[in-house]
Design a protein around this ligand. Structure first.
Ligand code: FAD
Length: 615
């Protein structure tokens, strides 16, 4: 027998009348117990109100904008008889419910902590408390139980684990390798930058000849060079191990895959352990994409991971892929003495990046590298005794050529298909990406995902930021990923960096903008460094003058881009930037000079047509 039941607003704590900001059900919908019905928002918090019963929604008694209080009817539901109701409570996808009790902090569900004093202001409404989100209980028949399981210990994963632990949650961090830190610390950002620093010293010493100081050609001890890189990596990964211990994070080493929506099996050579969790954060990252037709069993064909071993310096190196990672490694090997050829499928290097920026990099590397082939494809490669024989398809490239080593750098593939996501009901797309909302939640409400596995840009600083959001949401904080921009940097020589709107994107999307570009040839600091091959440009709104984007090319562009990123986050206009006193003589002045060009107040350049705006 079915019966109708009015579902009222439950106890929502100290609030008198609270506004309905979202109605999540419609008449005719079938709902399960704990499905959210509406979202309420007070000046302190927003909260989803779950249904205590399952059934069919007959009538929705509130609408967006209504103010409701405890006891007001939200919906009328036709419930099934007892037997049917029981079956509707059978396992279901756990939704990211909030409980009204939790909103008051009065009845904190197990496994959660009430938002505390150290909530970051930047991701949350000022002074807010987020209702603690109820999590399904971890199964009891597992080897280890935790409130938050983090799968993968890269920059996203370790950040999420540490932040969650700092917020008082009981955390297990699962990592398949012995060393924590993921791609970034072990075979990515950090080792590549250690080598790039060496490259900078070598090429800087070469350039010193132009200033009258000559050094002989460098003698390179590859073991020592690798040892330096390994030392840097060990210090950082060792630091993570200690910090995990200090924070009480349990680290379980082994290959983890979901076996249910609330447990992960972790397989290692020694044993298989199951870890039950209330919430999970997937941070399994990505790996180098491979071109299948290449002879991968020959160690002379490498991904970036192999190239970072620098076990020899090849006389002739082919880099397949003219993106950021390929060009950074090209820069390292060029400085170490290899003759470098770069082959890129698109019609220019670093596809998608503004051409005026790339042109400056291209000018420098063209003069150093053996060849750069764009619109060129490698169709075949054969391992031969004298080297790797490569067949090219493209107008400018030879039909074949032989290289001592080949570095394949054609992008990164997310690890979404290697974690048993199906068993947890988490949707993974064909390419291996997992879609998430602004709270980093997957389609399964109590399972979050962060970092490379959730999509572009695949960058460590995006992963760490997302990791903090996911951890804070797990702890019941009102956090969301709402960054206006994520800066990108190629640590090539010269470096290329951009943030916010690019000209390429503005043109594609028909966005109106104005541009102010300051050439480093007019920067005293750049000239003193012998590096006038740089430029700083700001894109800004023609009406409001608000900074929309920035692109910088030149040494340390990666450091300089942070100021423009802050300007965008803060909604600054070009006048704010231009009137900010920058230290002299620095490269950072170039950002202010670009703003002064926009303002028409620059005196370090003579621009006859500039507007004569007063300061
Ligand atoms: P990852 O760092 O990929 O970590 C994922 C972790 O999960 C790994 O440790 C992996 O072993 C583990 N894992 C995966 N599956 C499982 C499983 N089933 N069980 C247990 N553990 C699992 N980014 C920048 O921002 N700046 C740079 O300068 C930069 N330079 C780079 C240079 C190179 C050569 C490369 C390759 C990448 C570079 N990146 C850079 C990209 C950066 O490394 C990634 O964006 C970042 O590491 C992604 O972090 P993540 O936490 O998502 O995942």
């Amino acid at each position: 027998m079915s019966q109708t039941k009015d579902i009222p607003v439950p106890d929502i704590g100290d609030f008198d009348k609270v506004e309905v900001i979202e109605v999540l059900v419609s008449p005719g919908d079938t709902i399960a117990p704990e499905d959210s019905l509406i979202t309420l928002e007070s000046d302190k918090a927003s909260m989803e109100i779950p249904s205590p019963a399952g059934g069919t929604v007959k009538e929705v008694r509130v609408q967006v904008g209504d103010k409701v209080a405890q006891g007001d009817t939200i919906v009328t539901v036709e419930t099934a008889d007892k037997g049917a109701a029981a079956s509707s409570e059978a396992p279901q996808e756990p939704a990211p419910e909030s409980t009204a009790e939790a909103a008051t902090g009065s009845d904190e569900p197990a496994g959660t902590s009430v938002a505390g004093a150290d909530q970051p202001a930047h991701r949350e409404s000022a002074g807010d408390q987020q209702p603690v989100q109820a999590s399904p209980a971890a199964p009891s028949d597992t080897d280890i139980q935790c409130q938050v399981l983090v799968l993968g210990s890269g920059p996203g994963g370790y950040t999420a684990a540490f932040r969650a632990a700092d917020l008082g949650l009981n955390v297990v961090l699962v990592e398949r390798y012995d060393s924590l830190g993921g791609v970034c610390l072990n075979v990515g950002c950090i080792p590549s930058k250690a080598y790039l620093h060496t490259a900078e010293i070598i090429t800087g010493a070469e350039r010193a000849a132009e200033h009258g100081v000559e050094f002989g050609s460098p003698t390179i001890d590859t073991d020592k060079l690798r040892g330096f890189k390994d030392g840097v990596v060990d210090k950082l990964t060792g630091g993570l191990k200690s910090m995990a211990k200090q924070r009480g994070v349990t680290v379980v080493h082994g290959d983890g895959h979901f076996v249910s929506p609330n447990s992960v099996a972790v397989e290692s050579n020694e044993a298989t352990q199951t870890v039950g969790f209330e919430r999970a954060i997937i941070a399994a990252g990505s790996e180098s994409a491979k071109i299948p037709a290449l002879p991968w069993d020959d160690e002379r064909v490498m991904t970036s991971t192999g190239a970072l071993e620098v076990d020899e310096i090849p006389k002739r190196l082919l880099v397949i892929g003219g993106g950021i990672i390929g060009l950074e490694m090209a820069c390292v090997y060029d400085a170490l003495g290899s003759k470098v050829t770069v082959c890129e499928l698109a019609d220019g290097l670093m596809p998608g990046t503004d051409r005026d920026l790339v042109k400056i990099l291209e000018k420098r590397i063209k003069s150093r590298y053996e060849a750069i082939y764009t619109q060129t494809k490698v169709t075949q490669a054969d391992a031969q005794k004298q080297g790797i024989k490569v067949r090219f398809e493209g107008d400018k490239a030879p039909e074949t050529d032989v290289f001592d080593r080949v570095l394949v750098s054609v992008g990164r593939a997310p690890n979404g298909h290697n974690i048993g996501a199906d068993a947890a009901g988490v949707t993974v797309d064909e390419r291996g990406f997992i879609a998430v909302d602004e709270f980093q939640r997957t389609n399964v409400g109590h399972i979050h995902a962060i970092g490379d596995i959730v999509g572009q840009p695949m960058l460590a600083h995006k992963a760490t930021h997302e990791g903090k959001v996911a951890a804070e949401v797990c702890a019941g904080h009102k956090s969301a990923f709402d960054a206006r921009t994520i800066p990108s940097v190629a640590y090539t020589d010269p470096e290329v960096a951009w943030t916010g709107l690019t000209e390429t994107e503005a043109k594609e999307r028909g966005i109106a903008y104005e541009k102010a570009s300051f050439p480093w040839a007019a920067s005293g600091r750049a000239l003193g460094m012998g590096r006038d091959d740089g430029a700083t440009k700001l894109l800004y709104d023609p009406e409001t003058q608000q900074v929309l984007g920035a692109g910088i090319v030149g040494p340390h562009a990666g450091d300089l881009i942070a100021e423009a990123t802050l300007a965008i986050e803060m909604g600054a206009d070009v006048q704010d930037v231009g009137l900010t006193i920058h230290p002299h003589p620095t490269l950072s002045e170039s950002v202010a000079f670009a703003a002064e060009i926009a303002e028409g107040t620059i005196t370090d350049l003579y621009l006859p047509k500039q507007r004569k705006r007063s300061r």
